[in-house]
Ligand binder design. Structure first.
Ligand code: PAF
Length: 280
């Protein structure tokens, strides 16, 4: 595996791979890699001949400075994991390499980034769009791979690619879960044992949502989950919504969803904010 930091080195490696006729698969990450990220690398390797992974904790997408400071960083371990996974090129830029000048471009995604994460983390998706558009400009991949755990992010990035008229296929990959069914996240490593036990209620509730969705109205299920979360002392709900799976408009009745539906949750467990979703 080659490792590079600068735009110049990155472009040289990518040009060589393209010259050799290889298709480029790209997995952008913020590091602190876990099996979920590795499954994206594996999918990229299945679909493309040359896999690039970036590790960059993007300050522009953190609206909470404490969250940015707390975000786990483990560059050496990440490098080893990627080597083992058979990644071809690791791009580990510094902030100056990604943003040589302050990047102030504003993106607009209509209602898509005004709800859920967008509502609770103002500016978050603009920061994601800034770094992803910059990374796409540098890597110029044929395909890019994102986890379905960040469901809203996946929709925003699909919209970004359309807006910028890029010829990049965005591939959404299944959520990976641990032995207790908790969705894998770099943030899980920050949970205490007690908080972890609390967090395992999230997948239990999401399973319940799936079961209830065949018999109850979306609004009734929402009320039920809000009650269950309110009963947990160590948890604070940011949102639980059942939405149209493409527009993310929240629905009261399943018949109102023209594109199928998805249930999404964001909860603080102690100081750690976790998200999960289930397609219904
Ligand atoms: O999903 C993430 O880890 C980040 O939001 C991404 C896409 C790497 C952009 O910083």
């Amino acid at each position: 595996m080659q490792v590079c930091i600068t735009e110049k080195e990155l472009k040289e490696y990518i040009a060589a791979a393209k010259k050799a006729g290889k298709s480029i698969g790209f997995v952008p990450t913020m590091g602190a890699l876990h099996k979920g990220h590795i499954s994206l690398i594996e999918e990229s390797k299945k679909q493309c001949k040359f896999t690039v992974c970036s590790v960059f904790v993007n300050p522009n997408q953190f609206n909470d400075k404490k969250d940015l400071e707390r975000y786990p960083r483990q560059p050496e371990k990440d490098t080893e994991l990627l080597k083992k996974a058979g990644c071809d090129l690791l791009f580990m830029p510094t902030e100056k390499d990604i943003y040589p000048k302050p990047y102030t471009r504003k993106f607009s995604f209509g209602k898509l980034d005004q709800v859920l994460e967008g509502k609770h983390r103002p500016g978050h998706f603009n920061g994601v769009a800034q770094v992803v558009s910059r990374l796409f400009e540098l890597v110029e991949p044929d395909k890019a791979f994102f986890g379905l755990k960040d469901y809203q992010q996946l929709l925003v990035i699909k919209d970004l690619v359309k807006q910028l008229k890029l010829k990049i296929e965005i591939v959404g990959c299944a959520i990976l879960r641990d032995e207790e069914n908790l969705a894998l996240s770099s943030r899980n490593a920050l949970l205490t044992e007690e908080e972890y036990d609390e967090a395992t209620f999230i997948p239990i509730w999401m399973d319940e949502v799936k079961k209830l969705s065949t018999r109850y109205k979306a609004s009734q299920i929402k009320a039920r989950i809000e009650t269950l979360v309110a009963q947990r002392d160590k948890m604070k709900l940011d949102y639980f919504e059942i939405c149209d799976a493409e527009t993310l408009e929240s629905i009261k009745n399943f018949e109102d969803a023209e594109n199928g539906s998805v249930a999404l949750i964001a909860v603080h467990v102690g100081k750690i904010r976790l998200i999960d979703n289930v397609i219904l």
